[in-house]
Design a protein around this ligand. Structure first.
Ligand code: CP3
Length: 342
């Protein structure tokens, strides 16, 4: 591996400078992505065509100079493999025509007895092609959604500000909720292991809707299942990104992960005090900071890096990059991190 900074930072090994990549770096910010996307019928065809998925995975490495690639796919391929197909509706986001309402839906929509290669082989193939084309330039990150976030979509069927149907389920059918979360976790372990076998050098678990649960509930229905997954992934470094789960970061000190992803509301200094040198932190510039001027982005990025007090850090935004950000602003962010002396 020519540039393994991200892997070394994740393992707590020595680094010459902080590594940097962006969540959602493979996507609409790049005109080159939009061109590939426009040449196909839509988002799903891109995700399901390994050569093209590999191509857009590598674009940010070539065009932005990030220190890692993340495989172009979506967290929603997992519920789809379990039996719930999704549609990606232009300007609206994901939509599932069917959802899980009762235990009798499990057989159809929460399947576990299937072969990962059979149903998600296109992701594994995209990983293999990407690594061949990357030729060891940077590590490739695999990923999956956390059980709680996948549960939200399987119950709710689409995005929501409150996910109140999914949360209602926890109060009215807690046993069924645990059954479903267990099923998702079981499939996710097999899926992540298959990604690693195909060539993913580290993996990230995205819990995008962690913040909508209270702390006690998040421990019971959220973090517990992430930890169940993470403790079975011993092959490569694991990152947990639980967006908005401020109180849960305390619990993550003991989680079986190398890296904790922080959103931009989380306090790097306090969390560092909490974890000491036992964990790597990832994040957490406000994605909106990239709307500022180039000089302001430089200042804000340097301020963030000044606050670290440890080398165990992978620089990223606090959430995915917004699609209308100017790629030149992203380059300024990346350049500032690369020029920072530690
Ligand atoms: O560059 C990368 O980060 C890799 C690719 C990636 C995508 N989705 C591609 C994508 C990753 C890691 C994801 C994860 C994902 N998908 C999450 C977790 C991370 C987060 O943002 O909180 C979630 C919640 C989803 C579900 C999802 N997919 C939604 C809600 C949407 C619609 C909103 C949006 O951004 O448009 C998607 C679509 C999606 N996934 C796009 C991309 C590039 C945009 C679709 C397009 O190109 O038209």
């Amino acid at each position: 591996m020519k540039n393994d900074l991200v892997l070394r930072a994740a393992r707590g090994e020595n680094i010459e400078r902080y590594p940097v990549w962006l969540m959602r770096q493979a996507g609409r910010i790049l005109p080159e992505y939009r061109a590939v996307r426009a040449s196909l019928s839509g988002f799903k065809e891109l995700v399901e065509t390994p050569e093209r998925a590999a191509e857009v995975t590598i674009q940010p490495v070539d065009l932005l100079g990030v220190d890692a690639a993340i495989i172009f796919s979506d967290i929603l391929v997992v519920p789809e493999a379990m039996g719930l197909t999704y549609e990606m509706v232009e300007k609206r986001g994901p939509f599932f025509p069917n959802t899980i309402k009762s235990e009798s839906d499990f057989e159809k929509y929460a399947q576990v007895d299937f072969d990962i290669e059979d149903r998600l082989g296109y992701v594994l193939e995209a990983i293999k092609i990407t690594n061949k084309e990357l030729d060891g330039r940077v590590p490739l990150i695999g990923f999956a959604g956390a059980p709680w976030t996948i549960f939200c979509y399987m119950i709710e069927g689409q995005g929501s500000k409150t996910f109140s149907k999914a949360r209602k389920f926890l109060y009215t059918q807690p046993e069924m909720a645990h059954d479903l979360l267990n099923r998702i976790a079981e499939v996710t372990v097999r899926y992540l292991k298959a990604q690693i076998k195909a060539g993913a050098h580290m993996v990230q678990i995205f819990d995008s809707w962690a913040g909508i649960l209270g702390n006690a509930q998040y421990r019971t229905f959220g973090l517990k299942y992430i930890e169940k997954i993470a403790e079975q992934i011993t092959e490569v470094p694991v990152t947990i990104f639980a967006k908005g789960a401020y109180a849960a970061v305390n619990d993550m000190v003991d989680s079986p992960c190398n890296t904790i992803g922080l959103d931009w509301n989380m306090d790097v200094v306090n969390i560092r005090k909490l974890v000491g040198e036992t964990k790597t932190l990832q994040g957490n510039l406000d994605p909106c900071a990239l709307y500022a001027s180039h000089s302001e982005i430089e200042r804000l990025t340097n301020n963030l890096l000044d606050s670290f007090e440890s080398k165990r850090h992978i620089v990223n935004l606090g959430h995915g990059v917004y699609p209308d950000i100017d790629p030149e602003k992203v380059k300024t962010f990346i350049k500032t991190v690369k020029n920072y002396e530690i």
